[in-house]
Write a protein that binds this ligand. Sequence first.
Ligand code: PBG
Length: 325
Amino acid sequence: MDLQFTRHRRLRQTANMRALVRENFLRLEDLIYPLFVVEGSNIKNEVTSMPGVFQLSLDNLHEEMNEAVSLGIKSVLLFGIPAEKDEFGKEAYHDHGIVQEAIRYIKKNFPDIIVIADTCLCEYTSHGHCGVIEGEKILNDPSLDLLAKTAVSQAKAGADIIAPSNMMDGFVAAIRHGLDEAGFENVPIMSYAVKYASSFYGPFRDAADSTPQFGDRKTYQMDPANRLEALREAESDTLEGADFLIVKPGMPYLDIVRDVKNNFNLPVVVYNVSGEYSMVKAAAQNGWIDEKNVVMEMLTGMKRAGADLIITYHAKDAARWLREQ
Ligand code: PBG
């Protein structure tokens, strides 16, 4: 028989042979672990739709941080849930707001851990939108000043990186300007540059208590059907001075991750969002999938798509599994 074909299986014969030709790896340093801090004391509420994820009061942060750090996690992303909300989200830029206090606390007790502050208003506004409203309109320019103030108060508290997720136009420029004016020219901006109006954020909104009270976020977050728009968003944020570009959600948008990776020279961050986490957890709890293998495959797939870093609620588990390997 004179068949012409290629023997791909030569390189798959043994575990060591497969390791020899492996192209992509997940590293401990790639993982960014999101935390939800809530005002009050002695609070550790598990988010029903996100098993293993908790709203924590400051006094309970120590145990969680100790565990994460002992597993090798090196960066955390902080979200705050204030006691009071109002129309302008004042607690977001209060110097002693919940996130500012959590930042101080972590930097004092875990000085080497990189603290990334999510900069948005939706957890702090009574209406749950990411900017200032007039009637049912979400205003762009008046929101910028509040976002810059929020970023500056987070930097003052000691945040190592500012991560604005609000999707107003010009937010990177406004925040860069605000940080520079306040003397924080060395604090980088990790911009949620490409953020889709996704139904995968549902469980997060339970965790962060940030569901919009009217309408939706479609006038500021992106249409899931669009690809070129992602490149325009990434381009303007790059020009405005972003230091990292986030693409969000992860799994259904890995083509966009690759587009952003190929077209820009900044570190690309994928946000493996709440709904993605909930689906995996639910299936795993039912015994329908192998949680460890599915999570590691998903995270490695994100790296292969072009992610340099991954924000994920699976971070502690992934860190544990990476160490076992
Ligand atoms: C706030 C914000 C959201 C997420 C991160 N920052 C929710 C939203 O835009 O409604 C989602 C994260 C997740 O689903 O895990 N603007």
